[in-house]
Design a protein around this ligand. Structure first.
Ligand SMILES: Nc1ncnc2c1ncn2[C@@H]1O[C@H](COP(=O)(O)OP(=O)(O)OP(=O)(O)O)[C@@H](O)[C@H]1O
Ligand SMILES: [Mg+2]
Length: 497
């Protein structure tokens, strides 16, 4: 008897049939991957499992017994825990307080018994090999540590089913390894794991079965040893596509951006490079090596302690992102929630926000023009949405990422910095984003691309800078670059071997 059966689950949003009669089954102690393109319905299915969203039709059986939610707490009491793409932690409380939030052990006088709380929380954190104290404030924890806090919270609730929505997307390779150890340990204890990811290599590494959704429909379930990547991709997109990176080298023009000796104390130092029109400059390196911080400093989001920035040969002072945008420098960030989008606004409003002048006539927003621009982007980027009036918050994770892109494309930037442009984006949409980068380069835009995915760095860059501990460890041309050389430089080696 499977521990979980979801049968005929249907969920309609205004204009979008997010789930259409979907079946999904998980065995006790099984690691089950749930995959599909952006907007396929994965997160919606998990929200229904958590009782956070009501379904329109369908049944959920737990151990064969029907489950009826009257509140999200029911799922927790039934042993179901869902860890979302955006975590659900209170940033100013400690890890331990978050783990027992709403269920704090109390003293006889009714006050929270912090000593017991932290002892219990620490025991769970230790059990999953966490290397931090349960007294640490959540906002000071790394992404990986916050995730461990979420897992500890699920375990403190005796969860029998733990669903994780893209848990690895912001982790370093080593952290992913650790997460996989935790997942395998939980499996040994009989916990069923639902694992959502766009990274098929990870899915094939950890999962025992894969279920594929496409456009809200159930496509099929396969045992991992009976299938392969190509088959899963075909199931996901409904047609055969090769995971290829369609680089079209653009003519490389004159220098557009030059930085000299950029330094931010304790973060990076003495960063000098130049970027030409039509060029894609890859910034490789480990997560935490300082790549994102360099980009943020050029964009004026963080202060510099030293160094100069030249745009088209002239020295420029960039003290804020507004300065950078005015000069024609755009930054597409990996953290779309914090820097990229205004979630309560619509697609139309978000696309025009980065450059209101463009859609304004004599100081007033020209609404027909704004609508036309938004429509064009929705078409060009194949953004899945019933209308341009959809609120950004209601879009799937990957669709939000595409919208961030649309926003910057609209600014007619001279220099665009992409920070992990395809994180959380499905295989088909990735190719569309590479294609857009090609077009931008052909238009003469200079592109800096930060990426942790080596095939992407190798595939799209004309030239690659490898960053190690805040310094440029080496430069490679497109021709000479290999995965081994990049990893060698990124981990502190030199090329003279
Ligand atoms: N609250 C909502 N209101 C309206 N539409 C929604 C809402 N939540 C999700 N949708 C729509 O339902 C569909 C499924 O979205 P969902 O978030 O489940 O996709 P996903 O498979 O998790 O995609 P991704 O890989 O991009 O995270 C999308 O078209 C999305 O825009
Ligand atoms: Mg999702």
């Amino acid at each position: 008897m499977p521990i979980l059966q979801m049968i005929g689950i249907t969920k309609q949003f205004p204009g979008v049939l997010a789930l259409d009669n979907v079946d999904f089954e998980v065995e006790r102690g099984e690691i089950h991957a749930l995959v599909g393109e952006n907007g396929a319905g994965k997160s919606t299915l998990l929200k229904i499992l958590a009782g956070a969203l009501a379904m329109d039709k369908g049944r959920i059986l737990l151990d064969g017994k029907p489950l009826h939610f009257s509140s999200p707490l029911d799922a927790i009491n039934m042993g179901i825990a869902v860890i979302y793409q955006e975590f659900n932690l209170v940033p100013y409380l400690s890890a331990g307080e978050n783990i027992f939030l709403g269920r704090e052990p109390r003293k006889f006088n009714g006050f929270v018994d912090f000593k017991t709380l932290h002892t219990k929380a620490q025991a769970i954190l230790d059990r999953i090999g966490a290397n931090f104290s349960s007294r640490e404030i959540v906002s000071r924890l790394s992404v990986a540590q916050q995730q461990m806090t979420e897992i500890a919270k699920a375990l403190s609730q005796n969860a029998q089913i733990i669903a994780m929505d893209e848990p690895t997307s912001a982790l370093t390779e080593r952290e992913v390894e650790h997460l996989f150890e935790i997942i395998r340990g939980l499996k040994e204890e009989g916990v069923a794991i639902i694992f959502v990811s766009h990274r098929l290599e990870e899915v094939f590494q950890i999962a025992e079965r894969i279920t594929v959704l496409r456009d809200g429909k159930y496509v099929g379930t396969k045992r991992i040893e009976e299938t392969n990547r190509d088959e899963v991709i075909t199931m996901m997109v409904g047609r055969e596509i090769k995971e290829k990176i369609p680089k079209r080298p653009a003519p490389i023009g004159e220098e557009i951006l030059r930085v000299e000796g950029l330094t931010r104390k304790g973060v990076f130092s003495d960063i000098s490079f130049s970027l030409h029109r039509g060029e894609v400059l890859g910034l490789a390196g480990l997560v935490g090596s300082g790549r994102t911080e360099i980009a943020r400093a050029i964009f004026g989001a963080d202060p510099l302690d030293g160094g100069k920035i030249y745009l088209e040969g002239k020295e420029v002072r960039i003290r804020s992102p507004q300065d950078a945008i005015r000069l024609g420098i755009g930054l597409l960030t990996e953290d779309r929630k914090r820097y990229g989008l205004v979630l309560p606004l619509t697609i139309r409003e978000n696309t025009s926000l980065a450059n209101l002048m463009e859609v304004a006539t004599r100081g007033f927003i020209n609404f027909p023009k704004e609508r036309a621009v938004a429509k064009r982007f929705v078409e060009e980027l194949a953004i899945k949405t019933p209308s341009i009036e959809q609120i950004a918050r209601n879009l799937s994770g990957g669709t939000q990422q595409k919208l961030v892109l649309a926003k910057w494309l609209f600014t007619k930037s001279k220099v665009l910095i992409f920070d992990e442009p395809t994180r959380g984006i499905d295989v088909g949409a990735k190719v569309e984003i590479y294609e857009l980068m090609n077009q931008l380069a052909e238009r003469g835009v200079g592109i800096i691309m930060i990426s942790s995915e080596l095939p992407e760095v190798l595939g799209m860059s004309d030239r690659i800078l490898v960053i190690h501990e805040g310094k440029i460890a080496g430069e490679l041309t497109r021709e000479e670059a290999t995965q081994e050389k990049i990893m060698h430089l990124a981990t502190g080696g030199s090329l003279a071997i």
